[in-house]
Design a protein around this ligand. Structure first.
Ligand code: FES
Length: 121
C-alpha cells in the first residue's frame, strides 16, 4: 500500500486500459500481495490474485484472467472458474469458494482500488 494515496485508494490504471472481458491489469497491495482489475459487463472488478484452491496467482500469462469466452475468470493452474461479478468459483477444484474481492471505482477516467482495508485471502 506504500504507493496508495493517504485516503487508502490506489490509482491502478486509466479506465480505457480495461476492455470488457479482455486482459486485466495487475497491481500490488500491502506487503507486495498481487492483485488485479478487469472489466466485465461495463464494470471494473478487482480481486487479490490468489486462487481459492492453492494460493498461486491465476494468470499464467500476465494479465490473462478471462477464459476464451470472456465470460469467466480462470486459474491457469488447474482451471478453477470464477464469476467475475463476485469472484465465486463455479467450476473446478474449489467450487463454492471465492476470490477475495476488493473495493474499486472509476473516477476521472482512472481506475482506483481501495487498498487500506484489504481482507485476508
Ligand atoms: S491452483 Fe488454481 S485451480 Fe488449482
Amino acid at each position: 500500500m506504500d504507493n496508495a494515496a493517504p485516503d487508502g485508494w490506489l490509482d491502478v490504471c486509466p479506465s480505457d486500459a480495461l476492455v470488457d472481458g479482455g486482459d486485466g491489469v495487475r497491481f500490488e497491495v500491502s506487503g507486495g500481495v498481487s492483485a488485479f482489475a478487469v472489466r466485465f459487463e461495463g464494470r471494473v472488478r478487482a480481486f487479490l490474485n490468489q486462487c481459492a484452491h492453492v494460493p498461486v496467482e491465476l494468470d499464467w500469462q500476465p494479465g490473462r484472467f478471462f477464459d476464451d469466452s470472456g465470460r469467466y475468470l480462470i486459474c491457469a493452474t488447474h482451471g478453477a472458474t470464477y464469476q467475475p461479478e463476485d469472484g465465486r468459483c463455479v467450476a473446478g477444484p474449489c467450487r463454492g469458494r471465492s476470490l477475495t474481492i476488493l473495493m474499486c471505482e472509476e473516477r476521472g477516467a482512472r481506475v482506483r482500488v481501495r487498498v487500506s482495508e484489504v481482507p485476508a485471502p
